[in-house]
Ligand binder design. Structure first.
Ligand SMILES: Cc1ncc(COP(=O)(O)O)c(C=O)c1O
Length: 375
């Protein structure tokens, strides 16, 4: 059972026997050159030309007004939430079907995440669930200070609708765009719809800086403020140390940004190969009755970070997970719902019907870009 799926994946990655990871980075550009240059210059830490260059490259690519490089996506989200005035004791709306960092970033501000349901097609926060929650919310249960929709696996949430609903209630939106560098909704890059959006460059993402993140904003003034706040809120001066706020030391080191610049130069080639891989998976699973390829929703141009399939039952899913991982092909289920993790079981949630359905049936397949095809 499923032998045909496993041999298809081996064929796709031209790996007849060896281990196939879920998502590994590829380095085939100026990575070593920029890293050596960075070391030779001694500017390996919090100041240097690569940080500015990397920010400009991401800013141009995403069409943001400003991009601010930070140490990782989690810290970027925490800072963004602080900057939209999320305070201890507040409630922040997010979704249960996400990686734990979305909820943790909210918790690090002292606020409480509230877990809403996802749409079955986009996998992201459901605008209907959001509307229903806001309509029935009793202010005595807490002040809703922000909303963090998460674009998961490369797919877009119905972000325009979510922003419109939040605007009605005067709730700022911070998009968790950690997984979606290169994904667009109606032509606009994800992470640029809300007040802030945050990308991740962790080692398993479409491109990597080792560890790192980027705060995006369409508002240049807010962007300048975010840069200031994530670099200890220091007032520029030739020799004096003065700080005008309780800032964060979240600036991405120059050595990580050097890697990022080299990776950004290859992003188009990587995205193109990921499209090819996705098309191959789609064509293969079209023939299968009991497995569905989970494609990006309409209006979304996906980066196809991870390719996802859905089984008819959890039992089938578990058989496939066991068989593929035993065979050295790394596959993974979606995350355990946030509301089922011990630190979040007492948080508010809305029943999570779709999130539970998806979490029980979906599996992510190997989706790394292929070096030979990209080079
Ligand atoms: C949905 C989501 N949010 C947030 C993060 C956090 O990013 P980082 O690992 O850079 O802190 C990640 C990934 O790692 C993620 O997948």
């Amino acid at each position: 059972m499923f032998d045909d799926v496993l041999s298809f994946i081996r064929q796709l990655y031209r790996e007849p026997e060896g281990f196939i990871p879920l998502h590994a980075p590829i380095f085939f550009g100026h990575e070593k050159e920029y890293l050596c240059d960075c070391i030779d210059s001694t500017f390996v830490s919090s100041v240097g030309k690569y940080v500015d260059r990397f920010e400009d490259m991401v800013c141009d690519f995403t069409d943001a007004a400003r991009a601010i490089a930070v140490v990782n996506g989690t810290c970027g989200l925490t800072a963004a939430l602080g900057m939209v005035n999320v305070r201890p004791g507040d409630l922040v709306l997010t979704q249960a079907l996400t990686f734990v960092a979305s909820a943790n970033a909210i918790s690090h501000t002292g606020a409480k995440p509230v877990f809403l349901d996802s749409d079955r097609d986009s996998l992201g926060m459901s605008p209907d669930a959001l509307k229903a929650f806001l309509k029935n919310h009793n202010p005595a249960d807490g002040h809703i200070a922000a909303c963090v929709p998460v674009h998961i696996l490369g797919h877009a949430c119905r972000i325009r609708e979510i922003c419109e609903i939040c605007a009605e209630y005067d709730i700022p939106v911070v998009e968790d765009a950690a997984e979606v560098l290169g994904s667009r909704y109606e032509g606009q890059h994800l992470g640029t719809f809300g007040t802030f959006g945050v990308l991740s460059f962790n080692g398993n993402k479409t491109i990597t800086t080792g560890g790192g993140g980027m705060i995006l904003t369409k508002d240049a003034e807010l962007g300048a403020h975010a840069k200031h706040m994530t670099t200890t809120a220091k007032i520029p001066h030739k020799w004096e140390f003065r700080h005008d706020n309780i800032g964060w030391n979240y600036r991405m080191p120059n050595v990580n940004a050097a890697l990022g610049c080299a990776q950004m130069e290859k992003l188009d080639a990587i995205l193109m190969d990921k499209q090819v891989i996705a098309s191959a998976y789609k064509a293969f699973f079209e023939e299968k009755k009991d497995i569905t390829y989970v494609d990006a929703p309409t209006n979304c141009t996906a980066n196809y970070w991870l390719n996802t399939i859905r089984f008819d039952s959890q039992e089938q899913r578990d058989i496939f997970l066991t068989k593929s991982n035993d065979a050295g092909i790394m596959t993974r289920p979606l995350w355990t719902l946030m509301s089922d993790l011990p630190m979040y079981t007492n948080n508010l949630n809305d029943g999570l019907i779709n999130a539970r359905y998806l979490a029980a049936r979906a599996v992510n397949l190997p989706s790394s870009p292929r070096k030979e095809e990209c080079a």
